[in-house]
Design a protein around this ligand. Structure first.
Ligand code: RFL
Ligand code: PHB
Length: 398
């Protein structure tokens, strides 16, 4: 058995949550070790989020990795809702008193965080096998793993479970100590990335009788599109041709005419679910990001919630070391969950409003059309969407 080593915080997972956590703690002089199951290249190959709220932008600036994001990210002050064949703009900027979102791919943000950690020579173990968490309900937690067949054991003060939905941290909590709330949706999103100019300078969220579609982007020359598909569909069934043809059918005539198609550079199907774990603290182990909750991507909230969890958690741990106070740690779950449930509600509501539910029949479609018609014509209705989409503040002040 190799001699155990020690660090202050072991972070499990080098996705956006884990890497941001590492930077926030580094800035406060706290030692971390990150353990990641995959290779760095694999982590960077997962095409996921594209929209950052102001709170996430501010956090990336706070840790000093915002330079490329500000150069290459696209600031959006609105988006279009398309229904009954017509598009209507939600002017987020005007409706929220000047707030915007930033379109910047999760892959780019992860790369920026990865490079920052590498430049500081902070320890990260990629391809860490069989990571296991031990004694996290005591004052001396421990994490074991293997690398290249060699076993390692690390003692620490805290474990940050930033290991995503399929991670080991949540799975290690005794079932009687955790409560899980879950809703699975009866469809998935088929996503395509292509080096083609976006169909529109802002995002288009489309409600069509054929199913939901989303026109997003990564840059002025790279597009990201999604189609609602049955869960039984396999990605191999969808040729590029079939994808573009179906997308065209779900758009309005103007967008249809403007759509530039090309070969896909990534194509995948993601299931949609709402999921929340309560609590998010188990002694000296904390869950953050997708390890603790999942939202359907319609509201673009997943990565943003991950970033704010990590801000709450790093602040609590810094308080513990600098002020010898456990108050932040004690309130971590409660503070996060309040924000999480609000984002979960919005994501569920927006998903329900925009997707096709055949089981709800024609009347279901009529209800959606009527609600959308109300929302775009009522200033308070439009403001409700805008306010939630740009993101709620970290402290609600109420
Ligand atoms: P991640 O990104 O899943 O990273 C977790 C990391 O932990 C590693 N890991 C382990 N490491 C060691 N040992 C183990 N036993 C481990 N088990 C797992 C994994 O390899 C991985 O590297 O979670 P994190 O960091 O919490 O980040 C969350 C975000 O990735 C996620 O919420 C977003 O991508 C969600 N999301 C969106 N969020 C937004 O805010 N805006 C969007 O526009 C948006 N669009 C999306 C999305 C997610 C999507 N999919 C595919 C689910 C669009 C899509 C299609
Ligand atoms: C994306 O660009 O991947 C994206 C954008 C907005 C969403 C979901 C995904 O709501």
């Amino acid at each position: 058995m190799p001699k155990p080593t020690r660090t202050q915080v072991v972070i499990i997972g080098a996705g956006p949550s884990g890497l941001l956590m590492g930077q926030l703690l580094y800035k406060a002089g706290i030692d971390t070790l990150i353990l990641e199951r995959q290779t760095g290249d694999y982590v960077l190959s997962r095409i996921r989020a594209g929209v950052l709220e102001q709170v996430s932008i501010d956090l990336l600036d706070e840790v000093g990795v915002g330079k490329r994001m500000h150069q290459e990210g696209l600031v959006h002050g609105g988006f279009d809702l398309l229904f009954k064949g017509e598009r209507h703009r939600i002017d987020m900027n005007k409706l929220t008193g000047g707030k915007n979102v930033m379109v910047y791919g999760q892959t780019e943000l992860t790369l920026d965080l990865m490079n920052a950690r590498k430049a500081l020579d902070l320890p990260t173990v990629y391809e860490a096998e069989n990571v296991q968490v031990h004694e996290f309900d005591t004052a001396k937690p421990r994490v074991t793993y293997q690398q290249n067949g060699i076993a390692h054991s690390i003692e620490c003060d805290f474990i940050a479970g930033c290991d995503g939905f399929h991670g080991v941290c949540r799975a290690s909590v005794p079932k009687d100590k955790i409560r899980e709330y879950e809703k699975a949706y009866p469809f998935g999103w088929l996503g395509v990335l292509s080096d083609t100019p976006p169909v529109h300078h802002e995002l288009i969220y489309a409600n069509s009788t054929r199913g939901f579609a989303l026109c997003s982007q990564r840059s002025k020359t790279r597009s990201r599109y999604y189609l609602q598909v049955p869960l039984t569909d396999k990605v191999e069934q969808w040729s590029d041709e079939a994808f573009w043809e179906e997308l065209r059918k779900r758009l309005d005539p103007e967008a249809r005419a403007q759509l530039v198609t090309g070969p896909s550079i990534e194509k995948s199907i993601a299931p949609l679910r709402s999921f929340v774990t309560e609590p998010m603290r188990f002694g000296r182990m904390f869950l953050a990001g997708d390890a603790a909750h999942i939202v359907p991507p319609t509201g673009a909230k997943g990565l943003n919630l991950a970033a704010t969890d990590v801000k709450y958690l790093s602040t609590a741990i810094i308080e513990y070391y600098q002020e010898n106070s456990e108050a932040g740690i004690d309130h971590y779950s409660e503070r996060c969950l309040r924000r999480i449930w609000r984002a979960e509600r919005f994501s569920w509501w927006f998903t329900s409003l925009m997707h096709h539910f055949p089981e709800n029949g024609e009347i279901g479609q009529k209800f959606q059309d009527a609600e959308l018609d109300y929302l775009i014509h009522s200033e308070s209705g439009s403001r409700t969407i805008a306010e939630n989409y740009v993101g709620l503040p970290m402290d609600f002040g109420d």
